[in-house]
Design a protein around this ligand. Structure first.
Ligand code: ADP
Ligand code: MG
Ligand code: ZN
Length: 754
């Protein structure tokens, strides 16, 4: 499984004498002459010696460790041409360009894959035969073609390099079945040629899969440390979506011109986020598997040659991206596993310079991840749940992030303070939670270990839900014993208790909370139990995915310093005038001021909640303060902070309202506006939520018979969550689909909601 540290790693032969020089090449001179570097990085030198000595070689280095050089340098030195297997056709050109950059002669490197025409193929072959080409990049598919095999058999091949070798393993994160046939192909070409395999995968399971499936023959294995000292790790609460987006915009604005990647969980969010960034003058594009190959290639190229500053991507983006100067990687959603997080953040700072890795975390992301797994077989769900728990532990820890990461990959890391993660730079306060932990255990006991976390929390805070009433749990002594703390506190505490093994979640039994021996002991004789109480858990919950991006009123970034100054000023003015502060300006108005920097009364009027009269009455000291602030801090006023995307959305909304009035089929409306049905329904819900009624009966009658409609309305009448997943589950006997539930909820909102 993807979990790494427990099994033995195939580290065996890596210090053997085979890694010492027997061949006659001067590789240090080669390093300087061909690449202009003075020193080898990590274990490059040993790996290169091993390959030049003719041994199979296995290089495991983190991303940015300098794996390519381990085969590029030998290829340039040796007679003949090296065949480099690389998984992604889209990236081959980039790799070839990189090598060509080291040489005067473009023939030095080529790629051979299905994107070439006959004429281009001939050029490549001629260059290989004449000995001009030292590195030939191929896709695994290329090696399955008989004519290519025949060609390579006759050519002078120096060695095989298999890059991103984890693609051979089902346990890796990018399994490519074609990689499984590589051994067979290489044998057909020439059994005696050495192979060098390279990967950044740290898990021993994948590593041993690679050795086995690639048929490496007593390979010398070189594992480098997975510590990336230059990467800064930080985890931030995802508070209101709006604010998170602002803080991202602000961060990117502060890093003008620096390349970065933002990872999100789904396609829709990538597009929305990219749109908002663009509206704020940041060159950003979305990247996900739903785009066609041409567009994907274009956007990737744009990013590589810096026409694009920020790429907002699902995890489909990034493997093998050889861009050395990515300065930040932002996770907008929680990653699926620590391994994913490590690989994705690993794309930052490959050149050894600065790389900032910021993860925004909310509890909701956990349910989203769980939701993504819902249709998987049980065993996979179990593994998935385990991985999520480990990621959660990483997110919530107050220990050095680096230490946790290194520990995960089975490396010792004993430094007190790494100096480059949030926990080391700003140690979190711990509070005693002994009494609260006891309360949790009492509740679990009172519930006979037959309920899950959410239910237990309901009991703790004394929330009367239909199920609580049904089980008559409002009558037990423990009902409401944790009233003084909120849901987030209890969630967080229980999670930390899970980590410390005071309780466990029974995954087979729907996540029911169960006692552990430690828990029993603790309850009998409570000891100190300190937990981190950081702002991650205090009201720090993002809105539903449904409102992500689209609901953002403004994607621009608030200047917190100015905002605080404006608040102080408002306070002062309020005192002076004997008025409550909000009568002067609302917080939202101050927020706008700290975003748009109005320096005249006319500009001030453009802020939300500022009328002409108000601007005249109260505005003067505010614009004066802002003008001074702008001047003192050399601020360029972002007068183009216009949310273009929102404007589009507004026109979509009008179109939808008009067409629903005309009873146009939803499929047609969606098609005309280039929306999917689910996206259309989202739009409709936001229309209804803001108070406009839509009569959707004509569409509903096509989708559901009357009884079913009643059934769903009845459910909504009594339900207490807004989650459609819960609705789907509770109505599971009817097997309604998402669209049916969604449209009924819109109807419900229309009729009873306002
Ligand atoms: P990997 O494939 O392991 O992720 P790359 O081969 O793309 O890493 O190398 C990452 C960066 O390190 C590149 O910018 C490369 O030029 C640089 N690099 C590699 N070897 C050296 C070295 N010996 N000295 C300095 N920089 C190096
Ligand atoms: Mg690489
Ligand atoms: Zn640290």
């Amino acid at each position: 499984m993807a979990k790494s540290t427990k099994t033995a790693s195939p580290k065996k032969a890596n210090t053997s004498s085979a890694a010492k020089q027997k061949h006659s090449h001067d590789i240090t001179a080669g390093l300087q002459a061909k690449f202009g570097f003075d020193k080898f990085k990590g274990r490059q030198e040993e790996a290169i010696h091993s390959l030049l000595n003719g041994h199979d070689t296995f290089v495991i280095m983190p991303t940015g460790g300098g794996k390519s050089l381990c085969y590029q340098l030998p290829a340039l030195i040796l007679d003949g041409c090296a065949i480099v297997v690389s998984p992604l056709i889209a990236l081959m050109k980039n790799q070839v360009d990189l090598v060509r950059g080291y040489s005067e002669d473009d023939n030095i490197a080529h790629f051979l894959n299905s994107s070439l025409n006959k004429g281009q193929i001939k050029v490549v072959r001629d260059d290989v035969v004449s000995g001009k080409t030292k590195l030939l990049y191929v896709a695994p598919e290329t090696l399955t073609k008989q004519e290519n095999i025949d060609f390579f058999r006759a050519a002078n091949i120096s060695f095989f390099a298999v890059d991103e070798a984890h693609c051979i393993s089902e346990w890796g994160h990018d399994f490519r079945p074609e990689y499984r046939r590589l051994r067979e192909m290489m044998d057909e070409i020439n059994k005696d040629i050495p192979v060098i395999a390279l990967t950044a995968t740290a898990t021993p399971k994948v590593q041993s899969d690679i050795v086995k499936n690639l048929g490496l023959r007593e390979p010398n294995i070189f594992i480098s440390s997975f510590n990336r000292q230059n990467l800064y790790y930080e985890i931030q609460p995802k508070v209101k979506v709006d604010q998170t987006i602002k803080s991202i915009v602000r961060f990117i604005s502060q890093n003008k011109g620096k390349s970065g990647i933002i990872y999100t969980l789904n396609r829709k969010t990538t597009e929305e986020l990219a749109e908002i960034l663009m509206a704020n003058g940041i060159k950003a594009v979305a990247y996900h598997a739903g785009l066609d190959a041409k567009l994907r290639a274009e956007r990737q190229d744009g990013f590589l040659n810096e026409d694009v500053q920020v790429i907002v991507a699902t995890i489909a983006f990034g493997m093998g991206i050889d861009k050395p100067d990515i300065r930040f990687v932002i996770h907008y959603n929680m990653p699926k596993s620590i391994e994913n997080y490590y690989q994705e953040t690993g794309r930052a700072g490959r050149d050894g310079l600065e790389g900032k890795c910021i993860l925004y975390y909310s509890h909701k992301d956990v349910s989203k991840l769980e939701h993504l797994m819902r249709d998987k077989p049980l065993s996979e769900r179990e593994v998935g749940a385990q991985l999520i728990n480990e990621t959660l532990a990483f997110v919530e820890t107050s220990v050095c992030r680096r230490k946790v990461l290194m520990h995960y990959f089975g490396e010792e890391w004993n430094e007190e303070n790494c100096g480059n993660c949030d926990n080391c730079l700003h140690p979190k306060e711990k509070v005693e939670a002994k009494d609260e932990a006891v309360k949790v255990l009492k509740v679990v006991k009172a519930l006979d270990e037959r309920f899950n976390l959410d239910y237990a929390v309901n009991i703790l805070i004394g929330r009367l839900t239909p199920s609580v009433t049904m089980f008559r749990h409002e009558n037990i002594a423990e009902f409401g014993i944790g009233k003084d703390k909120d849901v987030h506190f209890w969630n967080s505490l229980i999670r930390q208790m899970l980590l410390e093994n005071l309780i466990r979640k029974d995954i087979e039994e729907y996540g029911l909370l169960k006692f552990t021996p430690q828990g029993e002991k603790f309850l009998k004789k409570p000891t100190s139990f300190k937990i981190v109480l950081n702002n991650l858990f205090e009201g720090a919950d993002a809105d539903d995915e449904e409102t992500e991006g689209a609901g953002a009123t403004s994607g621009a970034a608030t200047d917190e310093v100015l905002f605080d100054m404006l608040k102080d000023l408002r306070q002062k003015q309020a005192k002076k005038l004997g008025l409550p502060p909000f009568v002067i300006f609302l917080e939202t108005s101050l927020n706008d001021m700290a975003t748009m920097y109005p320096t005249t009364l006319a500009e001030l009027e453009k802020c939300q909640g500022v009328s002409k009269g108000k601007a005249l009455k109260y505005g003067k000291p505010f614009v004066e303060l802002i003008a001074k602030y702008v001047e003192d801090n050399d601020i360029v006023k972002p007068d183009d902070f216009v949310m273009k995307s929102v404007a589009n959305k507004a026109s979509n909304k009008i179109y939808i309202i008009q067409n629903v009035d005309k009873k146009i089929p939803l499929e047609t409306i969606a098609k005309n506006k280039d929306l999917r049905l689910d996206e259309l329904l989202e739009e409709m819900e936001s229309i209804v939520a803001s108070g406009t009624k839509l009569n959707l009966n004509y569409a509903i009658d096509d989708m559901l018979d009357e009884d079913d409609q009643d059934e769903i309305i009845e459910y909504f009448r009594g339900c207490e969550t807004s989650s459609l997943d819960v609705a789907k589950e509770e109505l599971s006997e009817f097997d309604f689909d998402w669209e049916q539930l969604k449209i009924m909820r819109i109807k419900f909102l229309c009729e009873y909601g306002n």
